[in-house]
Design a protein around this ligand. Structure first.
Ligand SMILES: [Zn+2]
Length: 352
């Protein structure tokens, strides 16, 4: 008992020293605060901050180890043929649903690098568009997107739902939104950059990389990268594989070089079939990140594996879905899930 009393007194007196050091700092005869006092103040402040961060994470039911839908779109056109295209109405309805269900778009680059800066209680969604068609982005002479192209619809939905960030990742190939002149190609890619859209590589010629030799895989990917960097300076952060097909060695798509161009991506995206793991979990593998086809769940595989079915599933399984704590510096989650944190993120972990 006596020992505890002594310890208690020692703590109180140390606290008094720290307080007087602070007081002296503000007075005329300032003396430097003792390093020990500073350390203790700092530790106390850290503990208080941690407590409030933990409380905020619990309040938001944060789960930053949860799954994230990465939705894959192709063309947005009236009377879409069977396949991956969608009508403007279906596309708008899906965006309206995402907004109503508290999703906030982040780009593929933000997702793979763990820069998911969205408010507490919100869920990230990554919108990706393949093949750079004019149905995705057409600009008028003043640089405004036409209202019926995908980007025009996305901007309009965002205007009606404050907080729904109008950002997406465009996986481009040589058909640069139907623009043949280099000046026009620069205009459209620069517009994307200026509006915080993300430009990703989808290879230059959209060749199937399945079974191709290493030098050809690297040549195709490097050519896609050069296509982008010759128009806007920033190199892409991610790649989407044509047809979702991985090369013989998966890592050839992630890193390589050809003709003086070197690429080193933070993520390579597939074309199916599930939501993607949080970048903060052990399940995250940059060499093959799944995406979900945008489609209603009426027929065939889509009954389970397209966007409507997965959004239904994520809604019905909130403990499996990524929910933000609103603090981009922490990785917050219910402590039961702690075993799944990737080693590189344990220093940012905030279990509650
Ligand atoms: Zn494609």
């Amino acid at each position: 008992m006596g020992r505890f009393r002594v310890a208690g007194i020692a703590v109180v007196s140390l606290g008094a020293v720290a307080l007087s050091a602070c007081a002296a700092g503000g007075g005329k005869h300032a003396t430097p605060a003792s390093p020990a006092g500073h350390r203790q103040n700092r530790a106390a402040a850290d503990a208080t901050l941690r407590k409030s961060e933990t409380a905020a994470a619990a309040q938001a039911k944060a789960n930053e180890l949860g799954q994230i839908p990465v939705i894959m779109y192709h063309r947005i056109v009236n009377n879409p043929p069977p396949g991956d295209d969608r009508s403007p109405k279906d596309f708008r309805d899906e965006l309206e649903r995402l907004a109503a269900e508290d999703y906030v778009p982040v780009t593929a680059a933000e997702y793979v690098t763990g820069k998911i800066d969205i408010p507490a209680g919100k869920h990230p969604v990554v919108l990706t568009f393949d093949d750079s068609s004019p149905a995705q982005l057409t600009l008028d002479g003043m640089g405004n997107p036409s209202p019926d192209c995908a980007v025009g619809i996305l901007m309009d939905v965002a205007k009606k739902h404050p907080g729904f960030r109008p950002v997406a990742t465009m996986y481009v190939i040589k058909d640069l939104f139907g623009k043949a002149r280099q000046e026009e190609q620069i205009q459209v890619l620069q517009w994307l950059k200026d509006h915080n859209f993300d430009i990703g590589n989808h290879t230059r010629n959209h060749l199937n990389l399945l079974g191709k030799p290493k030098d050809q895989v690297e040549k195709e990917i490097a050519a896609g990268q050069t296509l982008i960097t010759s128009l806007v300076k920033t190199p892409p952060v991610t790649l989407a594989l044509p047809y979702g097909n991985q090369p013989h060695e998966k890592k050839w798509a992630l890193q390589g070089a050809s003709g003086g161009t070197r690429y080193d991506y933070k993520g390579v995206f597939l074309a199916g079939y599930t939501p993607a793991p949080s970048p903060f979990t052990k399940d995250f593998d940059p060499v093959g990140i799944p995406r979900i086809r945008s489609k209603e769940n009426k027929v065939g595989d889509c009954k389970k594996f397209c966007s409507m079915a997965w959004l239904d599933w994520l809604k019905a399984n909130p403990t499996d879905r990524y929910t933000s704590d609103g603090n981009p510096n922490t990785v917050a989650f219910p402590k039961f899930k702690a075993a799944f944190v990737a080693p590189s993120f344990t220093s940012r972990a905030l279990p509650y």
